[in-house]
Design a protein around this ligand. Structure first.
Ligand code: GDP
Ligand code: MG
Length: 441
């Protein structure tokens, strides 16, 4: 796997320092292989590697992670960012009905998706309606009707027996019917071909012009691999789309298509389809997809655990100091910085029996006051942080000025620090915690 290979490549890198160019290059080679194995298109792989290299160059070697883990972390974060970071929501029309048009090759999963989306939207309190604009395949209309019935939503379809109808006309009448019958969302199913062709694109573009969709969703089979790029480009140029839906993620595809489509078209991936049943459907999760592409969900979990263990270790060290009365403002600052990550002051106190009261007190420290406390401590000299006793009136004034707070706030902080220190020492004495001040039981 990628992690095994990276581990062997990065073996000689230890401890502090920066990742070297040679390390980064050999790492990049391994990542490249992993991405190609996941079926990411070559130009996309190149662009991605360049980004990762750039970022790895400035990176300090972490204390918490070994270099291989650290590189994987960077790669993963970059992948998640490119795949969209947070998931984007559907754009709903100000004046309903919202029109969602589905486009994609035949067999991509459009008709199935129509049912899945309808059910999903219905569960959220919407009243969706399906419109059957695939008049190409004999059974396409029936298939959509069946799917609609299963989802428990109405399907608008051309009257049978009139020969091959005009999909643009059906689309128009479908929207009108939806307005009339108070449906707030219309899902327009369209025809696909086995390959990209002009007629398909023209028809889809005509339907688009007729219904003016709020979202055009490009539906693409995750198993399509390298072809995802050309297909996505053809649909982008021929019809245009505002979002992507990946289907058949229940298969064994590593999901490289996701990265390719996203990178080439710049459009977000909104949903993921992972099975034939209507419930096999969810919002797209960039983090899950990233770990799938890298093929190492376990490794990412390990990395997270290693980082947390490292924080925990620091918290324990600080707890020892607290107990032994050696706590400095420097430790205090470090703890505050760590709070954002995992709330170690809470954890730290949780490790001391009977510290519940104080935990509540500290839980009230909100983010903004944390910022101010941080600014104040940063405004102190190292000597002041190590021994706050030396902070006299003129020093307080200087610190307050430098950190943009009132002198009163500096006083507050120093007093709070002494209170905390006293309390911890008392507790340490009482419960036998920590260094020379405590009586270990
Ligand atoms: P369309 O031609 O784009 O409308 O595609 P369909 O919705 O008819 O789907 C084509 C085939 O793929 C059908 O057999 C579906 O049951 C199947 N299918 C669609 N989505 C998925 C999926 O997410 N997972 C799996 N395993 N099969 C799917
Ligand atoms: Mg279909």
């Amino acid at each position: 796997t990628l992690s095994d290979r990276l581990t062997s490549v990065l073996q000689n890198l230890r401890g502090k320092g920066k990742l070297s160019d040679a390390d980064i290059d050999s790492t990049a080679r391994e990542i490249r292989i992993a991405l190609l194995e996941a079926d990411v298109a070559l130009p996309v792989v190149r662009a991605f590697i360049a980004k990762v290299k750039e970022r790895a160059k400035g990176a300090e070697v972490s204390e918490a992670l070994n270099p291989a883990q650290q590189v994987i972390k960077i790669v993963n974060e970059e992948l998640v960012a490119i795949l969209g970071g947070e998931t984007r929501r559907l754009n709903l029309a100000k004046n309903p009905p919202t029109v969602l048009m589905l486009a994609g090759l035949q067999g991509a999963g459009k008709t199935t998706l129509a049912g899945k989306l309808a059910l999903w939207l219905k569960k959220q309190g919407h009243a969706p309606m399906l419109v059957a604009c695939d008049l190409q395949r004999p059974n396409a209309v029936t298939q959509l009707q069946v799917v609609g019935e299963r989802a428990g939503v109405q399907t608008f379809a051309p009257e049978p027996g009139n020969g091959v109808g005009d999909p643009v006309d059906v689309a128009r009448r479908g929207i009108a019917e939806a307005k009339h019958s108070q449906h707030d969302i219309v899902i327009v199913d369209t025809a696909g071909r086995l390959g990209v062709d002009e007629e398909l694109m023209r028809q889809a573009a005509d339907i688009r012009d007729a219904v003016q969709p709020d979202e055009t969703l490009f539906v693409v089979d995750a198993m399509i691999g390298q072809d995802a790029v050309t297909t996505a480009e053809a649909f982008r140029d021929g019809v245009g789309f505002t979002g992507v839906v990946l289907t058949k993620l229940d298969g064994d595809a590593r999901g490289g298509a996701a990265l390719s489509v996203r990178e080439v078209t710049g459009q977000p991936i909104l949903f993921a389809s992972n099975g034939e049943k209507l419930e096999d459907f969810d919002l797209f999760h960039p983090d899950r997809m990233a770990s799938r592409i890298l093929g190492m969900g376990d490794m990412l979990t390990l990395i997270e655990q290693a980082e947390q263990a490292f924080d925990q270790e620091k918290a324990e060290q600080a707890a020892q100091k607290l107990g032994s009365g050696e706590l400095t403002l420097e430790d205090f600052l470090e703890q505050m910085l760590a709070v954002r990550k995992m709330g170690p002051i809470g954890n730290l106190l949780g490790m001391l029996p009977g510290a519940g009261q104080m935990k509540d007190q500290l839980a009230q420290v909100d983010d903004r006051s944390l910022d101010r406390l941080q600014a104040i401590i940063r405004g102190m000299t190292p000597a002041e942080r190590a021994d706050p006793k030396i902070i006299n009136a003129s020093r307080r004034q200087r610190i307050a000025k430098g950190s943009g707070v009132a002198v009163r706030e500096v006083n507050d902080l120093v007093n709070r620090f002494y209170d905390a220190k006293k309390m911890m020492q008392q507790m340490a004495g009482r419960f036998g915690f920590g260094g020379p001040g405590g009586n270990n039981r």
